[in-house]
Design a protein around this ligand. Sequence first.
Ligand code: ADP
Ligand code: MG
Length: 269
Amino acid sequence: MLMHGMISVKGAEAPFYLPQGDECEVFELAHANELPLLLKGPTGCGKTRFVAHMASRLGRPLHTVACHDDLAAADLIGRYLLKGGETVWVDGPLTRAVREGAICYLDEVVEARRDVTVVLHPLTDDRRILPIDRTGEELEAAPGFMLVASYNPGYQNILKTLKPSTRQRFVSLEFNFPRPEHEVPVVARESGLPEDRVRPLVRLANKLRALKGQDLEEGVSTRLVVYAATLIQRGMPVERAIRAAMIEPLTDDADVKRGLLDLVTAVFG
Ligand SMILES: Nc1ncnc2c1ncn2[C@@H]1O[C@H](COP(=O)(O)OP(=O)(O)O)[C@@H](O)[C@H]1O
Ligand SMILES: [Mg+2]
């Protein structure tokens, strides 16, 4: 089970997040009105950072679960474990969040097994309950509890889409790569590289993103631009950093790679 919790304290400085639109207001309203929220968007465009930022702003603890195809309902809810000859019940991250009134973030929820989405249904309607079959408990979510899930609709895999019956239980926000006037300051802030040196990297990123669907399955993420800028800021030659952080991660195909490197030359001369 992959997961890690993060505790935030109200008043402590929230992780840096530059809003792209009204997403912070939507999150706040959803939280205040006990509505679950779904974030749709490509990988590496700021979804996880956004949730960490909002949890901190709202002063709620955050429990993040990275979903994968082996993730079962018990991984979220909890299970009996043997401890010193005794079986004890141990809450999973979702149960903990429900008890504490925390925010539970299910990252890449479509990756999880089908029985996971079934568990979410009674939590996402106005009953806000979590039935725990194994203990016979029926937990009512504490005030402040919020379910946030993310998924990447770009992966065109029929087995990996959210069923409408699940999707239509969430207020949804669409995320995309930030516009250049947002991405440049974000990358500069994250990497320490001055904005005028970040700008051509962002220009290149957008040229690479334009190839999505033709040669590339997915465009270069903001995360990768941050990596490239970080390597450059630490002294790596620009071209080497771009290859390592913005080209190699995108493709294994030698011909495609050569084409991408031509784009680099076009942008950087
Ligand atoms: N709007 C933003 N404000 C601050 N940082 C951002 C923003 N968008 C992207 N980032 C940067 O991009 C990185 C990847 O974002 P992340 O939230 O992990 O993506 P996702 O969860 O969508 O895959 C973050 O670590 C952060 O450095
Ligand atoms: Mg993420």
